[in-house]
Design a protein around this ligand. Structure first.
Ligand code: GLA
Length: 395
């Protein structure tokens, strides 16, 4: 990221003057998949790939937005008095939704803004570029208008925008990871209470390699909603006998003893994934806290198997990456991350083996799938923030 070129771009588009720089990360989830909307534990962290923005207040009530990731759309303009969702406004619906939500909550936002965005999260990779833009915009508004707003509140606003403005029915994990992230730290989040614990990510000689299927995530939203509906169906069936509020209220033993309440075999498997994954996440975090990376990796592998066989959200591309990764030397564990149906997987790989790992998995993926996967070594970074003048940009 070249800061002076970014500033020049801002000046070229919006004219010379003051500006402030902001950053918001993407995320990976280490384990705890399809758990956030079932009231259990997830274990994500923020990464240094993310979205940058330069922003300046205007003297009128107009908002002018430009993204280098959507050059062809040019500057998209709307007024603070017209903050309804409009399909043709494309990506700017995310910032617009955040503005609308804050204003609705009574924030004193009376002047418009110019904002230039630049993201380096690969497109459609399932690394939460939308949560990154939501929280980035939230922090821009917080700082530019001197709003007194709790970070967790901004996280909730991000999810509310996703659910009620964009109409994607996602849980809280992505916005939480992006908004609350801290360098070299993962967060064990209880999605039921939003209480969380920060766990140092001490990987020693190992590193996290992100493997991108580069598969277009078509149908992903409808499949995601289908899984949510199946979980609700499972919960209803279990509630005919059990006093539970969410699937993750069940221990594995209690689920085993009562699973016959769920008649539909597919729905039963969905619930089994949720209950076992929740238990795995807690145990995996414990292992990591003890520095037992081997056990942590083994839980990652089981998580992937459960997502493949019981929850059925992996698909050929993710399975090829992960199953090939399992066979490589120096790998402690690998699994898909995020919603699935394409997107990315992660692997814990010995530093000295990372290059040969990437070459081998890349070669096999290409021959099996017919196009290339992409690989990035993940660095675990901070959550959304303003970047002060003197601060260096990491990537
Ligand atoms: C997507 C959603 C999250 C979560 C994951 C699956 O990333 O946005 O809320 O449900 O899928 O764990």
């Amino acid at each position: 990221m070249n800061k002076s070129a970014f500033i020049k771009r801002f000046n070229d588009i919006f004219g010379k003057g003051d500006h402030r720089l902001f950053f918001s990360p993407g995320r990976i989830n280490l384990i705890g998949e399809h758990i956030d909307y079932n009231g259990g534990y997830v274990f994500p962290c923020a990464i240094t790939l993310g979205t940058y923005a330069l922003a300046r207040l205007r003297s009128d009530r107009e908002v002018h937005l430009f993204s280098e990731n959507f050059e062809e759309k040019g500057v998209i303009t709307f007024s603070l008095d017209q903050l309804a969702y409009r399909k043709e406004d494309g990506w700017t619906n995310y910032p617009k939704g955040v503005l609308a939500s804050l204003i609705q909550r009574g924030a004193a936002i009376n002047l418009g803004l110019d904002i230039l965005y630049r993201g380096n999260i690969p497109n459609q990779a399932g690394l939460s570029s939308s949560a990154s833009i939501e929280l980035l915009t939230g922090v821009i508004l917080e700082k530019m208008y001197h709003l007194d707003i709790d970070r967790l509140e901004l996280v909730k606003i991000g999810q509310e925008v996703e659910n009620n403005f964009i109409h994607v029915n996602s849980g809280i994990m992505d916005q939480f990871a992006v908004g609350m992230g801290q360098r070299d730290t993962a967060m064990l989040l209880d999605c039921k209470t939003l209480s969380y614990e920060r766990v140092p990510l001490v990987l020693g000689e190992y590193e996290i390699v992100i493997m991108n299927t580069n598969k277009r995530r078509e149908l992903a939203d409808s499949k995601y909603n289908e899984r949510r509906a199946e979980c609700e169906e499972a919960l209803k069936a279990l509630q005919t006998k059990l006093a539970i509020h969410e699937l993750c209220d069940l221990t594995e033993a209690r689920f085993e003893a009562n699973q016959s309440l769920i008649e539909n075999e597919t729905v039963r498997r969905r619930a089994r994934h949720v209950v076992t994954e929740n238990a795995r996440t807690i145990k995996a975090a414990e292992a990591l806290k003890k520095g037992d990376l081997k056990t942590f990796g083994a839980f990652m592998n089981r998580s992937h198997q459960s997502l493949r066989d019981d929850y059925e959200v992996t698909g050929k591309e993710l399975d090829t990456l992960v199953e090939t990764a399992w066979k490589q030397e120096g790998v402690l564990g690998a699994r898909m991350t995020g919603a699935g149906f394409g997107g990315c997987a992660i692997a814990i790989v010995h530093r000295d083996r990372a290059q040969s790992f990437i070459e081998a998995v890349g070669r096999i993926y290409r021959s099996e799938i017919g196009y290339d996967a992409s690989f990035y070594v993940a660095e675990v970074g901070d959550g959304s923030k303003a970047i002060e003048e003197e601060e260096e940009i990491q990537s």
